[in-house]
Ligand binder design. Structure first.
Ligand SMILES: Nc1nc2c(ncn2[C@@H]2O[C@H](COP(=O)(O)OP(=O)(O)OP(=O)(O)O)[C@@H](O)[C@H]2O)c(=O)[nH]1
Ligand SMILES: [Mg+2]
Length: 605
């Protein structure tokens, strides 16, 4: 076997003779059972006295010297080093590091872990009369090498070749392989580093707010947040999303913070996610996956569950690149928890089949839902808005409902519908819905639809806004975007400015009210403004809906179409006198129908 030996590092200023001698030393081979050959060590120490620089030496288990580096021990020293890939073994390489300082810093521990070294033998030369050596072995916990080495020593140089390092290394490897099996069963706590990117078209206060929001999301998903990083950069990087320098920083941070997952505040494309995962050797997920995960954990209805699983699979599919093994490494934990299976599938063919299956099931579920819904008669109002705006609190205030209210994102994931008696004496239905969020994964819109169908079918929308938040305008926009996707912007929308009890400056509230068309200020908790809101709802209900019975001649198909498109048909009967229709429509539509055809028209309230 050819051993490639090299001399690296900063050689400038060294005499040619010294360089030659160092090069010679890279060809040394000593007995495989020796930690280090005494003779060799003396030669090296002699050289160091001349060059007065740190020195690192890499040796394999056969006792062959592979590399010598003049200068600090860094990642560069291990570049292109063939490594054993097995998780249950160490690399079979050990490192001797000669320095003049006190102790080694965490950087060495990081390298020890990162390159799965057998050990680092640290030799301190600050006092040449009594040179001290310590051995840093990797530490294993729950089948994994963890940061922080087990240190033995100090030893005298002459004691070193008596140390049975191999037995120690073998016992570490034994621990690795034995506990690997346990690790799979025992899910360790997930600790995440959150990463945001601030570019020139992404305002910094918005990035800060969305990172705060991501933190809540991640906590809602049940993870611990170990750290947060925001990078400032002109543009995003197509390969890694963030800059390569930051990627390297994260690589160290994951050890120092003890993180096992890195979560990006932006949707990563499949290639970026893969590149990051390969480079960082850690699970990398994005905001979308966190949101999907929360929904997966919380979905209650059967259709909701099916929709979430579908959204997750659609998200995962382009991210599988035939590396099933690697993915199974990542399986379990955030991003792969699913409602359908205990563990999401990792096989592409099976995923496609499952997607097909899910689509069919969802179709069927939707059909049943439609027939159930069309029996509904009362006018309906939906509470929509950003998550944590106070929708459920308002519902509870308006009705005697007891919907869970929490200072947590996505406290409500299924809609709750309650009856509400208006001051004018008529009943309406009022629904609380799932909250919206910025950068809502588009895969989720369909899943939202199941609950948001309430919104699509309701007559009036109350858009609840938490105006005590600095970024309430961005949140309004995010909500309007989803409403526009649902194609419901045509409905009457009242903007309910909530949590005004948290704003001391009454003038400010006034100004916001003036700025936003059709808005009302309330405090759902204190009850302030609720009367006005009820009056407003009553007015709109009276305005908008009538129940109408028509007998249309077969020749007037135009009106029939109109009612189908814009109203709710309750009964439709084709008889010999014409087409009989009973429908709920807006007053406007009712007014446009030829009076002669109207059998009866009643306000709904
Ligand atoms: N100070 C104050 N806090 C409020 C008000 N309304 C709601 N909150 C608080 O805001 C938090 C969120 O309220 P929820 O009613 O759960 O909000 P939501 O819009 O239903 O949230 P999701 O279901 O998670 O989308 C809770 O801690 C409430 O107590 C208010 O008028 N004033
Ligand atoms: Mg809620």
């Amino acid at each position: 076997m050819i051993i490639i030996t090299e001399l690296r590092g900063n050689l400038s200023g060294l005499k040619n003779r010294t360089i030659e001698e160092l090069e010679e030393l890279t060809n040394e081979v000593f007995s495989s059972s020796d930690l280090v050959d005494n003779n060799f060590l003396h030669k090296i120490i002699n050289k160091i006295e001349i060059i007065e620089r740190r020195l690192a030496i890499l040796i394999n288990r056969r006792g062959e010297v592979l590399r010598i580096r003049v200068g600090n021990l860094t990642e560069e020293f291990f570049e292109n080093m063939a490594q054993r890939r097995s998780n249950q073994r160490l690399s079979g390489l050990r490192c001797i590091y000669l320095t003049f300082d006190q102790d080694l810093d965490t950087k060495t521990d990081i390298l020890l872990k990162e390159y799965r070294l057998d050990l680092v033998l640290h030799i301190r030369l600050d006092d040449l009369q009594s040179i001290e050596a310590k051995i840093h072995y990797p530490q294993v916990k729950r089948g994994e090498i963890v940061l922080g080495s087990k240190v033995e020593g100090p030893f005298q140089v002459k004691q070193l070749n008596m140390i049975d390092y191999l037995t120690e290394v073998q016992s570490i490897e034994e621990k690795l392989s034995k506990e690997e099996a346990i690790k799979v069963q025992e899910r360790e706590e997930e600790r995440a580093i959150l990463v945001g990117l601030e570019t020139s078209n992404n305002k910094s206060f918005v990035q800060k707010e969305t990172l705060v929001e991501l933190r809540s999301l991640v906590q809602t998903a049940g993870l611990k947040v170990a750290g947060e990083e925001i990078q400032h950069r002109e543009q995003l990087d197509s390969r890694y999303y963030i800059g390569y320098g930051k990627v390297k920083e994260l690589k160290e941070l994951k050890y120092t913070l003890g993180a096992n997952v890195i979560i990006f505040d932006h949707e990563l494309n499949p290639a970026q996610q893969r590149n990051l995962e390969e480079e960082l050797e850690i699970k990398v997920i994005d905001r979308t996956q966190v949101i999907l995960d929360i929904f997966a954990q919380h979905a209650n209805t059967r259709e909701g569950k099916l929709q979430i699983e579908l959204a997750q699979l659609n998200y995962l599919l382009p991210r599988l690149t035939g590396k099933g093994v690697e993915l199974s490494r990542l399986a379990g934990g955030i991003g792969t928890r699913g409602p359908g299976e205990s563990k999401l599938e990792v096989d592409r063919r099976r995923i496609r089949k499952r997607i097909n299956n899910l689509n069919k099931k969802i179709d069927k579920a939707q059909k049943t839902r439609f027939t159930q819904r069309s029996r509904r008669r009362l006018p309906t109002v939906s509470l929509v808005g950003y998550t944590n705006a106070g929708k459920s609190t308002l519902l509870n205030k308006l009705t005697s409902a007891n919907v869970m209210v929490k200072d947590e994102l996505f406290a409500t994931l299924d809609s709750n519908t309650c009856k509400l008696k208006l001051p004018i004496g008529r009943e309406i239905l009022i629904s609380d819905t799932v909250g919206f969020i910025r950068k809502l994964p588009h895969q989720l819109i369909a899943a939202f639809r199941a609950t948001l169908e309430e919104v699509e079918e309701s007559d009036i929308l109350l858009h609840v806004v938490d105006v005590s938040q600095a970024d309430y305008e961005e949140k309004i926009d995010a909500v309007l975007e989803v409403l526009s996707e649902l194609d419901v912007l045509e409905k009457p929308i009242v903007t309910v400015l909530n949590k005004i009890d948290m704003i001391d400056d009454r003038e400010k509230i006034k100004l916001i009210k003036q700025e936003i068309e059709d808005s009302l200020a309330i405090s759902a908790v204190k009850g302030e403004g609720i009367d006005k809101l009820l009056e407003r709802i009553s007015g709109l209900v009276l305005d908008t809906m009538v129940e109408i019975e028509l007998l249309l001649p077969y020749s007037d198909a135009g009106s029939l179409d109109l009612i189908h498109q814009s109203g709710k048909v309750i009964e439709e009967d084709y008889n010999n006198k014409g087409i009989f229709i009973k429908a709920r429509v807006s007053q406007e539509i009712a007014d446009s129908v030829d009076e002669d055809y109207i059998v009866s028209m009643e306000p709904l309230v």
